[in-house]
Ligand binder design. Structure first.
Ligand code: ZN
Length: 247
């Protein structure tokens, strides 16, 4: 939940309960907006109940089937909520019409850009390709990776440790990755989240943002012989398939 004064917004409320609980803890707090990234039930399950109870404006991907009514958003649009402008980026791949929201200039006391990327980018990983192609997902991740270094990546799921186990299988010699995995282990051991993640750290550690690095290409080729090193989409596709099969 993003709170500005007496107004709040939520992103991808899969369940209305925790949002109602948060609103009940702060009498006078108004839920003004609900931002939806894609149509999956674990991101939309709470939308209807929250909108009916609060009258919040719902923003969602123009080409996906999410609970009506909502304000359709496409890449290049801006969702105006809480007096802020959330920039919309098209990030197809996990689903065909998936969008992400970026708050480039959040108000104090927040001091870093915020990215709400649904199931596109996770810390140490990326979403599965349910509807889109590897080429689409690679382009979507490129668009997110181009955001400022200090962008706080608000991922939709805490999958970090299991993702990093795979990342270490791909790049066992990546020192930044080894350090980051230790930090995340310590946080989880204390019951704390690893999120939001820092985009600069993701670029140094997340294999899906590093699929053009020589170390990653070599690891993919060792795992999937026949993949051409100069075919960046084939490398990315083989990396994603390796993760799908990884135990
Ligand atoms: Zn999803």
């Amino acid at each position: 939940m993003l709170q500005i004064g007496a107004q709040a917004a939520v992103v991808d409320p899969g369940d209305a309960g925790p949002v109602f609980d948060a609103l009940a803890r702060e009498p006078g707090l108004e839920l003004a907006a609900i931002l939806v990234t894609h149509h999956h039930g674990d991101h939309t399950g709470g939308v209807a109940a929250l909108r009916e109870a609060t009258g919040a404006q719902v923003f969602g991907p123009a080409t996906e089937n999410i609970p009506q009514p909502f304000t359709p958003m496409r890449g290049g649009d801006h969702a105006q909520a809480l007096g802020l402008r959330f920039e919309v980026i098209d990030v197809p791949g996990h689903t065909a019409g998936h969008i992400a929201y970026v708050l480039r200039e959040p108000p104090a006391p927040l001091s870093h850009p915020l990215l709400f990327c649904g199931d596109t980018l996770f810390s140490g990983g990326c979403g599965r390709l349910f509807e889109g192609t590897p080429a689409q997902m690679l382009a979507s991740l490129d668009a997110l990776a181009a955001l400022p270094d200090d962008t706080q990546v608000c991922c939709a799921h805490e999958y970090t440790l299991s993702n990093l186990r795979f990342a270490l299988a791909v790049e066992p010699g990546n020192g930044a990755l080894i350090d980051y995995e230790r930090q995340c282990q310590a946080l989880r051991a204390q019951g704390r989240p690893t999120l939001p993640a820092q985009l600069a750290m993701e670029r140094r550690t997340n294999p899906f943002l590093r699929s053009r690095e020589g170390t990653v290409i070599a690891a993919v080729q060792a795992h999937a012989p026949g993949v051409q090193s100069d075919d960046e989409v084939a490398v990315f596709a083989a990396l994603r398939q390796w993760k799908n099969d990884f135990r």
